[in-house]
Ligand binder design. Structure first.
Ligand code: SF4
Ligand code: SF4
Length: 336
């Protein structure tokens, strides 16, 4: 049977088709000499030779900051009006298989005890087009968390690159099939051979079950090992901002005493103010306690509560950390 193909010369046609129909096309592109996910309007802006975009595409379903309501203070109370979410087709091209799975982790949080419509409406119009990995670096560890470049979960379209720079297209979901139909002029049929995928080597010294068991054991909660392993962390929060599964946010009111906006802003458990009480008490007074929380969230709280993963092994936190704190080294320590 013939494959569905996206030819490299038709990538521009696809970008134009999405934009012309009122959608956004997000793809890896250069910004300040870094490859990042951003809006593109032509194929020439898209970078195809990259390992992973520096930022996660989570900001297209969970923006760094957004107004969720407007308020005015009246004589007899506060008038609060919720904002409507703009839900236009948003296409993320060039996600990697590890991060495609992270969407189920975000969904688990944003639909858990409360349905967050700001998230769910955006996710409903998001189309994830994954390009399987033909390159990896030292920070990639998807296979250690039981994923791989062959993982298709979370992708609406799963693309395999060919030697000539075209893509073999596999539609994984109804949304993906509808997308191909809607933009059918950009796709063709043909036969092609995919490039070999690159599998990051599994880190043999890591055993996720042991990590999880150790974290569940309350007798180890205050182990000195936390301080030893994470002493160099400066609490910059970069690891949380680039992480595709980190999801913490804060709500702030901005404006005057009479009117203003209620905003939802990314927050990070690595900040000392994150758990600071109004009394001045902080249950996570030391940085190692904040780091412990992040690690516990990924390998104890998430697996205990949800079927989705707290960490997909993308390695972004390792690449971005200014003090080279490597999460896999902590996983190794707890595997022993
Ligand atoms: S914790 Fe690090 S490796 Fe795991 S998903 Fe987040 S950024 Fe990627
Ligand atoms: S990026 Fe590194 S230094 Fe910054 S909070 Fe994360 S672990 Fe700490």
């Amino acid at each position: 049977m013939a494959d569905r193909i996206l030819k490299k010369e038709n990538l521009g046609k696809l970008v134009a088709s999405v934009n012309d129909k009122g959608g956004r096309f997000i793809a890896p592109s250069l910004d300040a000499r870094q490859v990042v996910f951003k809006d593109v309007t032509k194929a020439e802006e898209i970078v195809t030779d990259y390992i992973l975009a520096r930022n996660s595409y989570k900001e297209y379903v969970f923006p760094q900051t957004e107004v969720v309501a407007d308020f005015t203070v009246e004589k007899h109370g506060v008038d609060l009006k919720s904002r409507e979410v703009e839900a236009r087709e948003t296409v993320v091209f060039g996600a990697r298989p590890c991060e495609a799975t992270s969407l189920s982790s975000l969904r688990a949080i944003f639909t858990w005890d409360y349905i967050d419509e700001f998230y769910t409406k955006r996710e409903a119009t998001l189309v994830v087009i994954t390009v399987a990995c033909t390159k990896a670096d030292e920070a990639c560890f998807c296979t250690t968390v039981d994923l791989s470049p062959e993982t298709r979960a979370g992708s609406d379209l799963y693309l395999l690159e060919t030697e000539s720079g075209d893509y073999i297209v596999e539609a994984m979901t109804d949304k993906g099939r509808a997308f191909v139909e809607r933009h059918k002029d950009a796709f063709s049929e043909g036969a092609a051979k995919a490039k070999t995928l690159v599998m990051p080597e599994r880190i043999g010294t890591i055993d996720l079950e042991k990590v999880s068991a150790r974290l569940k054991d309350k007798g180890h909660y205050d182990d000195q090992v936390w301080a030893r392993l994470t002493r160099k962390c400066i609490g910059c929060g970069a690891c949380t901002f680039v992480c595709p599964t980190c999801h913490c946010f804060d709500i702030t009111d901005e404006g005057t005493a009479f009117a203003g906006e209620r905003r939802k802003n990314w927050d990070a458990c690595q900040y000392d103010t994150f758990t600071l009480h109004a009394s001045g008490h902080n249950p996570r007074h030391y940085q190692y306690q904040r780091w412990r929380n992040r690690f516990m969230c990924k390998f104890n709280f998430y697996p205990g509560k949800f079927a989705s993963k707290g960490c997909v092994g993308c390695g972004r936190c390792i690449r971005v950390c200014p003090v080279r704190l490597d999460i896999t080294e902590v996983m190794e320590e707890f595997s022993r």
